[in-house]
Each structure stands twice: as C-alpha cells, then as structure tokens.
Design a protein around this ligand. Structure first.
Ligand code: ADP
Length: 486
C-alpha cells in the first residue's frame, strides 16, 4: 500500500516536472533552429537580390564575373538562367566558396513546385524569427547526395527582360550541411540533458516521496503494534505537532486516550457486575445448603434462611433487570416519544411507593400539570429510582417530599429527603455504575448501585439532566430538569 502510494507520488511529481522540461526543451530547440534557418534565408535573399542589382548595373562580362565572385565570398553561389531554366554562359552555377558542387537548379521548376521548408514539422511550430519571406522571389530546396542546399529564385520583371543583358532568372544557393550538422548536435545534446534530467527528477521524486511518507509509516507501525497488543495505554510518537502528520498523531492519541478510558470502564464494569452477581448467589447457596444439611433446624431459623434467600433472589432479579436496561442504553436502543402526563406519572410513583409502606412521611408538595414527549415507563422508572433512594437513605422519622413544577418550558421534578445525605467527595461519582457512597447501607437496603446511572441515562435521553445537591446529616435534593416541547 505504502509502496504504491510512494510510487504514485514519485510518478506524478516526476512526470509533471519531466513533461514540463520536455516541452520547454522541444520548444526551445524549435525556436533556436527556426531562427538559424530563417537567418540563412534572409542572408540568401539579400545576397541574391543585391547581386541581381549589381549585375543590372555592370557593363561587360568581366564586371559580371567580378560581381558573382564577390557573392561567392559571402558563402552564396549566384547563377543566371534563361527563361526556359537553362544556365547562362559565364554566370553558370560555379558553386560557392564554401561548397564547390552546388547542384544545377531549374528555376522554372522551383517556382512551379510547392514551397518547401528546410526544417521539420516541430521547427515549423516556432514563430518566424525574422521576415525571411520574400514577395519578389521563391525559396526552394535542392539535394546533392547527402547534402542539402537552400535555393532562392529571383525572376526578373517582364519590363526588364526586353534588355537582352538581363538574365530572366537570378538563382542564389547556400549550403545547409554545416547548419544541419550543428543543429543535429544541439538536438542530441538537448536529448541527452532531458534523459539525464528525467532520470534525476524521478530519482529525487522517489526519495522525497519516501521521506514524506516516513512519518506515516512510523505512525502505521505504532498503530498496528497497539492494535495487535491491545495496549491502549501506549501512544504513537508525535514529534512534529504542527504539520498534518503531527495532527493525525495527536488525534490518534486522543482517540487512544478515550479508548483506554472506555476499556478501563468496561473492564471495571464487568468485574463489578460479576462481583455484584456473585454476592447474592453466594448467600442463596449458603442458605440452601443450610436448609439441606440441617434438617433439625428450628422453624425460626428455617424461616430466617428462607427469607434471606428470598430477599437475595429478589435483589439478583433487580440487578439483572438493571443490567439489561444499561445494556440497552449502551446499545443505543431508542426510546418511545409519546405525549406523557408527567403529573399522572408522579401520582403513579407515589401510589407504588406507598405500597412499600415506608415509615417516613411521604408527600407531594406541588403538582403542576405538565405534558412532555417521552417514554412513560422509563420516566416512571426514573422517578421511582429517586424516590426509592430517598426512602432508603432516610431514617424512619424523616420526610420525603415530591414536587412537580412547570416553569419557562422546563419541568422540574424534585425529590427531597431529610436523610443521611451524600458526602461532598462522593457527590460527583454517585452517577457511576456500581458506585456507592455507603456500600453496606446500600446493600442492606437491597440497592444495586445502578439506580442513579439508569436515572441519569433516562433524563438525558429526554434532553434533560439530574442535579444532585446534598448536605450530609441533613438530606438530599435530586432535581430532574426536563424540557417541555411545544
Ligand atoms: P443504590 O442502589 O446503591 O442506591 P444508586 O445508583 O441509586 O445505587 O445510588 C448510588 C449511591 O448514591 C448510593 O449507594 C448512595 O450512597 C448514594 N445516594 C443516592 N441517593 C441518595 C440519597 N437520597 N441520600 C443519600 N445517599 C444517596
């Protein structure tokens, strides 16, 4: 996976740079060669036209030979032709100074054939470096074996042809061999530079991609080690917190932290749950053994053993159903959304609580009519949990009061008691599963340690929360705040 990403990066990066270099090199070559060929054309045209003018002014044959020799000195061979395209006398193509074997050219055929450039299609793409075109003459190409010649045919105007001294065609030729060879060398050099440059570019891109991906590799290795070992306390290295990889490592570490906490909570929960389940089972088992092995027990002892086993079995049942509720909560099972008369639910809870025959005074102080959207059974369970706690942790001569108030779109259910209260250090933790401020008392009263956790989950599922305030020795107030939807 990493290898392919590295290769893709190197190919993309190297490919783009190489492509750009190739385009620049080819276009540069085209402009360069076009400039040289156009330069040669301009020289050839100027020399030919200059010689034609001089010939017009020359008087004798000597003069003419002198003019043509001067042109050869410039590297251009100039020859004269009759109107049928045959070479004329002393001005026949004797060649130039640089190449003595300029081919014979038929000017009539040059003019009749389509124009030919001395360069290929690539060079033709480059703009004309200089106005090498001519409105008076025609350019052409001539070949002699492996050598090429540039040809410029200048036809004399009809008005001048009446004068028999004026040759109908003046033809200039210039050898291309030297220019061709020089441009071939430049082309080869550019190709060599491009090949070496491309290899270097791909190599550098490969190395850079490898360097850039190294932190990802380190991160992946650290992450897979953690995934394999399950050691959520480990962290991946994040030495460069500013860049993208650093931020990824940071986010990964944050996730590990949460995972570690969740894992620890899970482990603790499983251990607490098994411990809580084992305790009543042990008591039930002990009592059953007692009943089995001591048939001669007094009826009072027997009753006590049966009662205790019964009570523990009931607690076991409560524990299992509470665990089931929390398992559903963890699984994210959605709650019903019906219209619920909260005042009726409070009255139901009060009726059930009275069945428990509490010795404390149990009363409703305020009961505003409130309708909220929610799950009636769950809301009932929430209020029962709070009322049961108030009864459990309040002495017999104490008082438990319930109030339901509707103010500003919020329903407040307040359960107030005059009981033992909760120490300040325990207050933030009593919503945790199995956490008890007073373990012995909770167990004796048949508590599971899950009541408040379930109550809080139900309140939050209804968009509200529970606020606990308590004063040890004086009492506790649990207020459930629920939004009342329109
Ligand atoms: P339990 O089944 O033990 O009552 P809860 O989750 O309902 O479990 O409550 C957690 C702990 O909070 C209790 O063990 C108890 O110590 C404390 N607590 C809850 N309500 C009250 C209350 N009204 N008065 C005093 N302590 C309370």
């Amino acid at each position: 996976m990493r290898g392919s990403l590295r290769l893709r990066l190197a190919l993309w990066c190297g490919g783009i740079i190489c492509g750009a270099v190739m385009v620049v090199a080819l276009y540069g070559y085209a402009v360069h060669s076009r400039a040289h060929y156009d330069e040669l054309d301009a020289l050839l045209r100027n020399a030919t036209e200059h010689v034609a003018g001089e010939l017009d002014r020359s008087v004798g044959l000597d003069d003419r030979a002198h003019v043509l020799a001067a042109a050869r000195g410039l590297g251009v061979g100039v020859a004269l032709y009759d109107s049928l395209g045959n070479p004329l006398g002393p001005a026949a193509p004797t060649g130039s100074a640089s190449a003595g074997d300029a081919p014979a050219v038929n000017p009539v055929r040059v003019i009749a054939s389509p124009p030919r450039a001395p360069y290929g299609p690539l060079t033709a793409l480059a703009p004309t470096a200089r106005r090498a075109v001519s409105s008076r003459g025609v350019f052409g190409l001539a070949e002699n074996g492996s050598q090429r010649w540039r040809v410029y045919v200048l036809p004399r105007p009809a008005s001048m042809r009446a004068d028999e001294r004026v040759a109908p065609y003046v033809v200039g030729t210039a050898p291309l061999a030297e220019l061709d060879a020089s441009l071939r060398r430049v082309g080869l050099l550019l190709m060599l530079i491009a090949i070496v440059g491309n290899v270097l570019t791909f190599g550098t891109s490969w190395l850079l991609a490898g360097r850039a991906l190294q932190p990802v590799l380190t991160l992946t290795e650290a992450a897979s080690t953690i995934a394999r070992s399950g050691a959520f306390s480990q962290r991946v290295p994040s030495d460069t917190p500013r860049d993208e990889i650093g931020r990824l490592a940071e986010t990964f570490n944050e996730m590990l932290e949460r995972l570690e906490r969740a894992h620890a909570t899970q482990v603790r929960f499983v251990s607490d749950a098994s411990h809580e389940l084992r305790a009543p089972l042990t008591v039930i088992q002990a009592n059953l053994e007692l009943l089995e092995h001591r048939p001669a027990m007094s009826p009072t002892e027997r009753d006590a053993a049966v009662r205790e086993a019964h009570a523990e079995a009931a607690r076991l049942g409560r524990l299992v159903s509470d665990l089931l509720v929390l398992a559903r909560a963890d699984a994210g099972v959605p709650m019903r959304r019906d219209l619920v008369d909260l005042d009726r639910v409070v009255m139901d809870v009060l009726g059930e609580a009275r069945h428990l025959m509490p010795r404390q005074r149990l009363e409703i102080v305020t009961l505003d009519p409130v309708v909220i959207a929610g799950d009636a059974d769950r809301l009932k369970q929430l209020i029962i949990n709070l009322v049961e706690n108030a009864i459990k942790y309040t002495p017999d001569d104490g008082r438990v009061s319930i109030a339901l108030r509707h103010t500003g779109g919020v329903a407040d259910i307040e359960v107030r008691d005059t009981g033992i209260g909760i120490p300040a250090e325990d207050l933030p933790r009593v919503f945790e599963r199995f956490y008890r401020a007073d373990r012995a008392r909770s167990r004796n009263a048949g508590g599971t340690g899950l009541g408040l956790a379930i109550a809080q989950w139900i309140a939050r599922q209804h968009g509200g929360d529970i606020i606990l305030s308590s004063e040890p020795g004086r009492g506790t107030v649990a207020t459930v705040r629920l939004p009342v939807s329109a």
